[in-house]
Design a protein around this ligand. Structure first.
Ligand code: SF4
Length: 414
């Protein structure tokens, strides 16, 4: 067995090497509601600037009046890969997931504390100009996206497309339209589709419709690992409409409708849960037949948690490794050991086996829906979505030898 000895700092300590983000320390700021004239995209709708093709976020010019299903936003990495934006990503040529985000002048009506798209930002920044997982999201006509992907055919660099819903009254219907239009031109064999759902507005019937239209994988962004954290960061704590119960209702529907290995949940690590909390949830998802997709908490600029520390790397690496062992290596959370603060102190695996997993490096890559390489290699690599390139949390590429040395140091294993 491989035993770790995390440094014995108590709950409430934060932000330095050798400790963890404890619940008491991770309190979001209280949100303020925007003045009336700034709500619901009022300025964008009043100015009514007509879009002319792709729009690259620019806070200094009037934001065009764009809405799904005609327009979608995409990550900076996807826009670079598709040739819509110039640029390069540090140590990775392109992204293998085409993340498409629904867009409306009114924006997302939820107020999640860690999210750059949250409603409280409407006082400060138009929706299409807001940063999300650390990057800008250019808006592009849906037809242009489909044409570009169809033109590449089986030469496409993308392994998967993902439609990200937001909390908006039109989100369910427009997701169906985007998926239908996509499926008319792009075959499943060329690029399977994932749905990043918004349970708050959805019914089981919506889940079935998306499955019948050919969506491959359905995910639910629980994001928070416990009901208390969920309520604090996505529910009543920040005047946001989401509930743990509703998210689980749709997650269970996804299991029934999409089936084993075809559903999953997003979890953000380091918002105040313990390592034992998050890994128990990972085990629960595996026992249901699903997967977990992990994100390292990063204080998103402009969010209600932008004053809080990113997840210490030792906490993150332990959870990344343990999650990989549970998801893909048959180790159970009950075989692992935890200290009095809920930190992993033993991964439940012989040292030589653990060394093999660490050195393979896959456990430390970005996790998400699979691409065309292997079941445990995510198509969704989200380059630098949860860390700066100078201190990588989720590796968007295969870690090299020097990266493994650093990971071992962060894990506290030789
Ligand atoms: S529902 Fe999703 S997009 Fe909307 S604020 Fe919450 S995390 Fe952000």
């Amino acid at each position: 067995m491989t035993c770790l000895k995390p440094e014995a700092n108590g709950p409430g300590d934060k932000g330095t090497d050798g400790d963890f983000n404890a619940f008491a320390a991770m309190q979001p700021r209280a949100p303020a509601e925007a003045p009336k004239e700034k709500r619901n995209g009022a300025a964008v709708k009043a100015n009514d600037v007509q879009p002319g093709g792709a729009y690259l976020p620019n806070y200094n010019i009037l934001t065009p009046n764009m809405r799904s299903p005609d327009y979608v936003q995409m990550s900076t990495a996807a826009a670079i890969t598709l040739g819509i934006m110039p640029g390069k990503m540090y140590r990775c040529g392109c992204t293998r997931c085409l993340n498409l985000l629904l867009t409306y002048p009114e924006g997302c009506r939820a107020n999640c504390a860690y999210c750059g798209l949250a409603r409280h930002r409407e006082a400060e920044r138009d929706y299409a100009d807001r940063n999300f997982i650390r990057v800008d999201w250019p808006a592009v006509p849906m037809e242009q996206v489909i044409e570009a992907v169809a033109a590449d055919g089986d030469k496409t660099p993308f392994h998967r497309m993902c439609i990200s819903m937001i909390t908006h009254p039109r989100s369910d219907e427009d997701t169906v339209t985007v998926l239908r239009k996509w499926r008319e031109r792009i075959a499943h064999e060329i690029m399977p589709v994932s749905i990043l759902s918004n349970p708050t507005t959805m019914t089981r019937g919506d889940v079935e419709t998306l499955h019948d239209l050919g969506a491959d994988i359905f995910t639910v962004a629980l994001d928070a690992a416990t009901p208390e954290l969920f309520d604090r960061t996505r529910g009543r704590g920040v005047n946001s409409p989401h509930s743990w119960k509703k998210y689980w209702e749709i997650l269970n529907d996804a299991r029934d409708v999409f089936g084993a290995q075809k559903f999953g949940a997003h979890i953000i690590v380091g918002m105040g849960e313990t390592e034992h909390d998050v890994l128990s949830l990972v085990q629960q998802l595996v026992d249901m037949g699903g997967h977990s997709h992990m994100f390292c908490f990063f204080p998103e600029k402009g969010s209600l948690m932008d004053h809080l520390p990113a997840t210490p790397r030792d906490q993150w690496r332990r959870v990344q490794l343990a999650r990989y062992l549970i998801d893909y290596y048959g180790v159970r959370v009950e075989q692992m050991a935890f200290d009095e603060d809920g930190r992993v102190s033993d991964f439940g695996l012989a040292t030589s086996e653990l060394d093999t997993v660490i050195d393979a490096g896959i456990a430390f890559r970005t996790s998400g829906c699979p691409g065309k390489f292997a079941d445990d290699i995510s198509a969704c690599d989200r380059p630098y979505g949860d860390s700066p390139p100078s201190d990588i949390a989720s590796y968007p590429f295969q870690p090299a030898k020097k990266d493994i040395v650093k990971i071992r140091r962060q894990l506290g294993v030789k």
